[in-house]
Design a protein. Structure first.
Length: 249
């Protein structure tokens, strides 16, 4: 993944992300600076402007199953994002679509429209490569930003007494060991392929019983993803699964 490593470094440097946090507004401005519009859509409100545009562009099927996706045709360059998402989730999804833009996955010469986030627009093998590259881009950017943030904190703490500094270093390694990444919605999980876990009140199912989101739950159920009756998988679990599969540390 040397190509992705270089692109991540170029991205961090170009947008000065080693000196500031990546917020929702920041990533939206980055996307818009590249000629794309960020449009929010609401599945329940068919009268909203975003949902009307989804209908005009015949993207209802895509919007029904994806929380974020990029669309390009001869007249439009749009990143669609579901309304109501939390800041961290929205940042991850937007960063995934920005990866497609920055890695030039949306600049093929074609008379047809392109959508990233599904396999309906071109050869599946090509799309699989693009999705893998985008996922790795997101993981490495978030890892770099996390490490950069911890370094800035370390510099500030370094001004205090040695015991405080030692405590900060200890906290750093604990955070590095336990913190998980988010996986964009475009990564698929085979329904029912393996055991999963869920709780009564949760909105997602989990691939690991020791996931921090359910670790302290009173009642944890297990079974297939289909039996869980949940619409999607936990993002933390998906990233953990991909890291184990690809050998990321």
């Amino acid at each position: 993944m040397s190509k992705i490593d270089k692109k991540v470094k170029d991205f961090i440097k170009k947008y000065n992300l080693h000196k500031e946090s990546l917020t929702r507004d920041k990533i939206m401005r980055i996307i818009e600076s590249q000629g794309f519009k960020v449009i929010l859509f609401n599945r329940r409100d068919v009268q909203s402007l975003g949902q009307q545009l989804v209908g005009v562009l015949r993207l209802r099927e895509m919007a029904a199953c994806r929380d974020a996706f990029a669309y390009v045709d001869q007249e439009h360059k749009i990143v669609f994002l579901l309304e109501g998402l939390g800041d961290e989730t929205a940042i991850t999804f937007l960063l995934h679509e920005e990866a497609h833009i920055f890695l030039k996955h949306l600049q093929e010469d074609t008379d047809e429209y392109l959508i990233r986030g599904s396999f309906i627009d071109s050869d599946k093998d090509v799309d699989a490569v693009s999705e893998t590259e985008a996922n790795c881009f997101v993981m490495q950017v978030k890892q770099y930003l996390r490490q950069s943030k911890m370094r800035r904190i370390g510099v500030r703490i370094g001004q205090y007494a040695l015991p405080v500094l030692l405590l900060a270093v200890l906290c750093f390694f604990v955070v590095q060991k336990n913190e998980n990444h988010f996986l964009p919605a475009s990564t698929s999980i085979e329904q029912g392929a393996a055991a999963c876990y869920w709780t009564d009140g949760g909105e997602v199912y989990h691939l690991y019983k020791d996931c921090t989101h359910i670790l302290h739950a009173v009642h944890i159920y297990s079974g297939s993803a289909q039996e869980s009756m949940k619409e999607r998988c936990c993002l933390d679990c998906q990233y953990r699964k991909m890291k184990e599969k690809d050998g990321f540390s």
